[in-house]
Design a protein around this ligand. Structure first.
Ligand SMILES: [Zn+2]
Length: 299
């Protein structure tokens, strides 16, 4: 081998190493990924495998650890916020990114209901709700947003996982325990709060909700229509919901509840993963991702 060939070889090796380094670095700095409904669906399956995430249960503790860990892996500043309500220990979880305005909160409850009291079969009405749609679907959309939202400073985004949402009308409990405690602890009013609840139904019909902020709701419905999801985000009012947006509305914040309440398995033991579709998670997540990225600093 001549000295010239050797030098050429070194040169070629250098070019190759450089190319690999560039590839690795572009991969690291990759622009926002696209929201992946299939990947979100895996997070529904993960929660279902833990069992009902009832407050005080092992599955609930495992879900908390998993949510915090997932947020940290995706470079969110994550923390657990313990609170007490009606003698129950609650743990709201939050992932924060960015500073200043606009300041957006996306929220979903991760707890499940102690009793499937709407089950058509009386013998199941004392059984916990598995919560594939009512709980796991909203968590899955938030965690996939955690993976796909860009790492910029604006908008400031908080992903909040509420505890103690789903045990109203059960002695010793009430609805919205976690979100009430969280809203009361806010240092200021966010610019928008968007709650996702029961948005994984394979037959997805999200109607405008009567307790929601009309302006933010219109922005979201317009975004969905522009993405071709007008069949799923129906521009008509239907239900008036008591959901995790209410404590924020009571503070005066522009809060919206995204919910498909036409779900025959609501609070039954049939609220299982086969009723949830990756496409529905995709429709909601992609819409919220596009909406958040469309906000200008003046919004
Ligand atoms: Zn519920």
């Amino acid at each position: 081998m001549s000295r010239k060939t050797l030098r050429l070889l070194f040169f070629a090796f250098g070019v190759l190493a450089g190319a690999v380094a560039v590839l690795l670095s572009t991969r690291r700095a990759a622009a926002p990924q696209t929201f992946d409904g299939e990947r979100a669906y895996q997070d529904v399956l993960y929660q279902m495998a833990l069992g009902p995430r009832l407050p005080g249960s092992e599955a609930h503790a495992q879900t908390r650890a998993w949510i915090l860990n997932t947020l940290q892996e995706d470079a969110w500043q994550a923390e657990s916020l313990p609170a007490q309500a009606m003698g129950h220990d609650l743990y709201n979880l939050v992932g924060k990114r960015g500073t200043g305005r606009p300041w957006i909160i996306f929220g979903a409850h991760y707890d499940n209901r102690l009793r499937a009291d709407h089950d058509p079969h009386p013998e199941y009405r004392a059984t916990p709700v598995p919560g594939a749609n009512d709980g796991a679907s909203g968590v899955a959309v938030l965690l996939e947003l955690a993976r796909t939202l860009p790492q910029g400073e604006q908008p400031q985004i908080w992903l909040v996982f509420f505890d103690g949402e789903d045990n109203g009308e059960i002695p010793g409990w009430d609805w919205l325990l976690g979100s009430r405690a969280f809203a009361q602890s806010l240092p200021a009013l966010p610019d928008a709060v968007v709650i996702v609840d029961m948005i994984g139904d394979a037959d997805l019909n999200i109607y405008m909700e009567q307790n929601s902020d009309p302006q933010v709701m219109r922005q979201i419905w317009d975004t969905a229509a522009s993405l071709g999801y007008g069949q799923n985000f129906i521009p008509e009012y239907k239900y008036r919901m008591l959901d995790d947006h209410i404590p924020f509305r009571q503070l005066g914040a522009a809060a919206v509840d995204l919910i498909d309440f036409d779900y025959p398995y609501w609070h039954t033991v049939e609220d299982t993963a086969d009723k949830v579709s990756p496409r529905s998670l995709q429709v909601v997540g992609e819409t919220l991702l596009h909406w958040a990225l469309s906000l200008s600093p003046e919004d």
